[in-house]
Ligand binder design. Structure first.
Ligand code: C5P
Length: 236
């Protein structure tokens, strides 16, 4: 099991994006649940569901359920409640779902003694300015991210998923306690795949990011632990 000094650097959430459980568990078995968080997204949750979350909880992991809810307020209310019932640590919803949807999700968590952190997804890190224009949004990507961050904060969310480069402005706007979660982490020789708003682990250290989300940089590596080690060292 990997044991490293991870104090004073952004905490690491591993995006467990695999198309079969066996390969996912090969990586999970190497990780210390006191150090790393696991993100379960649409792929693995659709395949394996609640039972898989339960198994990872049994191993001691905190789970970020990244299902990015985006629906009418009533549906999001009920889905958020169902997610929180699983005892997860963090949950994502699309900030672009609007004020009523965001408030509804927050309300769904009121009855829980221990509730998951509710995180708004601003702009996907795969998006470019052109992609925004395609869906009718004329403003610069950075402005769009700031608007959705402020909206999420005003609706009582605990933080946002956003590109690392926007972290500082968001903290200034929404407060230092507002959590920043940043995917799109790439080492210099990594393939970018479908991500566009990327930063290196070294850059991540310089921004006020609370958590980095690392997926294919590790999961597509021949030696994931060596790579994880390198990522951690780059942030020291
Ligand atoms: O493999 P990679 O490191 O690009 O994985 C990034 C992970 O973060 C994926 O699981 C993706 O679904 C998720 N994510 C993202 N951008 C967001 C929100 C979540 O890439 N804005």
């Amino acid at each position: 099991m990997l044991k490293l000094n991870c104090a004073n650097i952004p905490k690491i959430i591993i995006a467990l994006d695999f198309n079969d459980k066996k390969n996912a568990m090969k990586l999970v078995d190497l990780l210390n649940p006191d150090v790393f968080y696991l993100k379960i997204g649409k792929e693995m949750f659709t395949m394996l569901g609640k039972k898989f979350i339960y198994e990872l909880h049994q191993l001691g992991f905190n789970i970020f359920l990244d299902l990015k809810f985006h629906d009418i307020p009533n549906t999001v209310f009920n889905a958020t409640k169902a997610a929180a019932d699983m005892g997860i640590w963090m949950l994502s919803i699309h900030a672009s779902g609007g004020k009523k949807m965001l408030i509804s999700a927050k309300k769904a968590l009121q009855s829980f003694k221990t509730r998951p952190l509710l995180i708004g997804v601003t702009a996907l890190t795969s998006l470019t300015h052109t992609d925004l224009k395609d869906i009718g949004i004329q403003m610069p990507l950075q402005d769009y991210i700031l608007i959705l961050s402020k909206l999420s904060s005003d609706c009582g969310l605990d933080g946002v998923v956003c590109p690392g480069k926007e972290a500082e402005k968001i903290k200034l706007l929404c407060g230092n306690k507002y959590k920043i979660i940043t995917p799109g982490i790439r080492c210099l020789n990594d393939s970018t795949f479908d991500q566009n708003q990327i930063i290196t682990p070294k850059q991540a250290k310089k921004f006020p990011i609370d958590y980095i989300v690392v997926g294919r940089s590790i999961t597509s590596s021949k030696n994931p632990i060596k790579k994880l080690n390198f990522i951690i060292q780059s942030m020291q």
